[in-house]
Design a protein around this ligand. Sequence first.
Ligand code: FES
Ligand code: FES
Length: 157
Amino acid sequence: MPVVELTVNERAVRVDVPGQWTLIQLLRDGLGLLGTKEGCGEGSCGACTVLVDGRLTRACLALAVRADGARVTTIEGVGTDAALHPIQDAFVRHGAIQCGFCTPGLVITTKALLDEHPWPTDHDIREFLSGNFCRCAGYNLILNAVRDAAGVVTEKR
Ligand code: FES
Ligand code: FES
């Protein structure tokens, strides 16, 4: 069985993975990191989004063995047990979490957005989040949360 060595949320890990496993299987079944959710399983919904070497990645499509040597950030790596990240805090305060299934992917995507566009326009936000579906259709609440988080995160820089 192939062995994959990678860094997940700043922690070096070594995992035996069946060759056909995807990155989401490595994270959830191999490492027990259950924050990343699988929705469609075919690259369409964005629920499984993580950062791989800083790039937004659909973990349901990425082969686990291809992550060898990569740096992966999942929702568990955003914020700490003691304090929510400002993006998470904004999602909670704006009620942008309904069923919450899409939320980890949305938070990760928002993090990538704010890393790239510290002062995003509504157009930037809509463009960046266009691949993340919320089946509860809470898009206005999500937009408000991201606007709010952008202000807070950017002010702290
Ligand atoms: S579960 Fe990966 S994009 Fe839907
Ligand atoms: S809160 Fe996004 S799918 Fe329900």
